[in-house]
Ligand binder design. Structure first.
Ligand SMILES: Nc1ncnc2c1ncn2[C@@H]1O[C@H](COP(=O)(O)OP(=O)(O)O)[C@@H](O)[C@H]1O
Ligand SMILES: [Mg+2]
Length: 303
């Protein structure tokens, strides 16, 4: 097959691993820097160019869209979808996953456990807002933050109010702010499960090294192998499905009332391979082999 990996970082571990496994399986692979692609939008003739030439035809694309390039990256993916090219992650599902508010709404609607979450545009009802999420300490999140940036723990009502006011200050319509129940029993640890299709192919527990409540590896967290319970496996596969993603990195908290999904990442890193010894890249390539023959399925998420 002719496979394109859309990635701005050809040297990234994940990109290199995908390329390596695809070549081992006998595929022809190109790594395309989507930020250098340009799309020509014309009646009945969507094209994508790269380095002065038409990108040509691929049997499948594997988008690895960075969070700070979501709009441009998904526009390129959309253009390729419109040409009829198979993509393992649809442009609409990638965009959806980048908005924590939209994600929480969808996960909740699908009956998946999530920390109690409220969204608000002002602090006048701060008492009620806090009541709704179980009081302080409370987690406050920017709907479009990543790598643990834009996630704050406010210990007191006063602190919560100040943080909200500071966030609202720079707030335009594109930046929603969430207040979330603090899951204290799992502070500093979470689980990252890598889902491919309807299978969990690898999972790790992440632990923050200092006393940070955020366990992101980007924040210096450390990963160890973990075995998921059947309930947890079900929850993460369901979460990926609810978001319309075939490939997903689902973040999960172990709470006293069972697994709670925090977020579903559409371009999850492959660092979990190093922690677990599982061949995640191969699982992705095999999924592409099995599914690329089909036309892209219609997105049925509806939000
Ligand atoms: N409600 C919560 N209760 C306890 N810990 C949380 C909560 N929300 C987030 N965290 C911690 O903060 C980290 C980052 O939050 P997350 O929502 O995944 O944002 P990001 O997209 O920046 O990774 C999580 O991995 C988890 O360790
Ligand atoms: Mg996260």
């Amino acid at each position: 097959m002719k496979i394109a990996i859309l990635s701005n970082g050809p040297g990234n571990y994940s990109t290199k691993r995908l390329k390596e496994e695809a070549i081992l399986r006998g595929h022809e692979v190109s790594v395309i820097k989507y930020k250098e692609c340009y799309a020509s939008i014309e009646q009945n003739n969507p094209t994508v160019s790269y380095k002065g030439k038409d990108l040509g035809v691929f049997d499948a694309i594997i988008p690895r869209i960075a969070s700070n390039m979501t709009r441009y990256g998904t526009a390129i993916v959309r253009q390729l979808e419109m040409q009829g090219c198979y993509t393992v992650s649809s442009s609409i599902a990638i965009s959806r996953s980048r908005d924590k508010l939209r994600s929480m709404q969808l996960l909740a609607k699908s009956g998946i456990g999530i920390p109690k979450t409220v969204v608000s545009r002002n602090t006048t009802d701060i008492d009620d807002l806090l009541d709704q999420v179980g009081g302080t300490p409370v987690v406050i999140k920017l709907a479009r933050g990543t790598h643990g940036n834009g996630v704050v723990l406010a210990e007191t009502k006063k602190a919560a109010k100040s943080v909200l006011q500071a966030f609202y200050l720079t707030n335009d319509d594109g930046t929603n702010i969430l207040l979330q129940e603090f899951i204290e029993e799992s502070a500093g640890t979470d689980i990252r499960a890598f889902v491919v299709g309807s299978r969990v192919v690898a999972s790790m527990k992440r632990q923050s090294l200092d006393d940070d409540f955020r366990s992101n590896l980007h924040k210096g967290g450390e990963g160890t192998i973990v075995k998921l319970t059947d309930e947890e496996k079900k929850a993460v596969v369901k979460a990926a499905k609810a978001m319309g993603l075939n490939i997903a990195g689902v973040d999960l908290l172990r709470s006293n009332r069972g697994p709670l999904v925090l977020e579903v990442n559409s371009s999850p890193g492959f660092g979990v391979e190093k922690v677990t010894g599982r061949n995640v890249a191969l699982a992705v390539i095999e999924y592409v082999e099995l599914n690329a023959k089909r036309r892209n399925r219609k997105d049925k998420v509806g939000a």
